[in-house]
Design a protein around this ligand. Structure first.
Ligand SMILES: [Fe+2]
Length: 347
């Protein structure tokens, strides 16, 4: 009955008008609540500059990324969270799967952030790049012995390969990318080859693998690049001594190769945000030249936006070949990657 439908339609419009009137702050909020799983003091400069430019206050809720995601879920519709910031596309993907991230349609973000560093549907965006690379003991390994992730199963590295647990999202994302490139049967074999080359059962984080290299417990390690730079720039001489014994190798750089695995630090606007405009403005600000430099520098990462001065340029070859597989693709493979690693005996 068209008349009735018209009436219903009118009622819906009237209701939404009432809703707007009752929430005059929506759309013009002067604050934004950040649930932040990154903890680098330098990020503070970004929040201050955002407030200076927009007048929007930034309230920071710091925490462990997985706990923050769980907290937003538990808070449900009442969550004060407007923006979730975290590291690794795998975590943003998980947040998205739990309905925590809402779609953002921002021409600025889609033009600034390269396509492979954001969710194709706009649920989340990457703002820095972090490379998972091969670190090696300079005293025992020559660079000519290194080539690709695939070649880490070479028997040459038997008893010499160091890597953290398969339970960590960094490994799940990397192996998720290998699934995308080679398929599951290949990865099942590759994971068995990795386990066969273990120097020790996986333990500790990426920094611990670098320290183990320096201590002679292994010769090659899979780590995120910035851990090496943290040691190299540490005020502690013992850390710098570790870094001096370690080299970084960017794998899969050959002319036929896809490039080094690229992960990200990123953010999403929370589905239940009551300060949506401010939240989107904040994400857009993270893509500005100013924020890109500071955000990346805080943890020795690479800016996501092309053409921004790159404080990390010195550590990578100018011609660095980067895998442009979409982060959402490898992140979606993370669960399967974990199963295959565990099946291979990679704890
Ligand atoms: Fe990390």
């Amino acid at each position: 009955m068209p008349a009735r439908r018209l009436l219903l339609c009118f009622a819906a419009v009237a209701l939404s008008l009432v809703a707007t009137l009752h929430h005059p702050a929506s759309g013009q909020a002067r604050e934004v609540n950040l649930y932040n799983g990154r903890h680098y003091d330098t990020d503070e400069a970004i929040y201050q500059e955002f407030t200076r430019r927009t007048g929007i206050r930034v309230n920071l809720i710091q925490g462990d990324a997985d706990q923050l995601i769980e907290r937003i879920r538990a808070e449900g519709a009442n969550s004060p969270a407007d923006v979730l910031i975290t590291v690794d596309a795998g975590r943003l993907y998980r947040a998205q799967q739990q309905g925590i991230c809402q779609r953002v349609d921002s021409p600025l973000l889609t033009s600034r952030i390269p396509e492979h560093l954001r969710d194709p549907q706009g649920h989340w965006f990457g703002f820095t790049k972090r490379l998972r690379v091969i670190a090696y003991a300079r005293a025992r390994v020559s660079r000519s012995q290194l080539s690709t992730y695939e070649d880490l199963v070479n028997p040459r590295w038997k008893g010499k390969l160091l890597v953290r647990s398969s339970s960590h999202v960094y490994n799940q994302s990397l192996v998720g990318a290998l699934i995308a490139w080679h398929g599951e049967a290949f990865v099942a074999r590759w994971a068995r080859g990795v386990v066969a080359n273990f120097a020790r059962p996986p333990q500790g984080g990426d920094l611990d693998q670098l320290r183990a290299l320096a201590a002679g417990e292994g010769d090659v390690a899979l780590v995120n690049h910035y851990y090496y730079l943290r040691l190299l720039n540490s005020p502690n001489p013992a850390d710098r001594a570790v870094a001096q014994q370690v080299g970084l190798f960017f794998p899969n750089q050959g002319p036929e190769e896809r490039g080094v695995h690229v992960n990200l630090s990123g953010a999403c606007v929370v589905a239940t945000s009551r300060n949506r405009q401010a939240a989107v403005a904040f994400l857009e600000f993270l893509s500005s030249d100013f924020a890109q430099e500071v955000f990346a520098k805080g943890n020795f990462e690479f800016p996501a936006v092309r053409g921004v001065a790159n404080p990390m340029a010195a550590i990578a070859p100018a011609t660095l070949r980067e895998d442009t597989l979409n982060a959402a693709t490898y992140a979606a493979n993370g669960g399967r990657a974990l199963q295959l690693m565990v099946a291979a005996g990679w704890r």
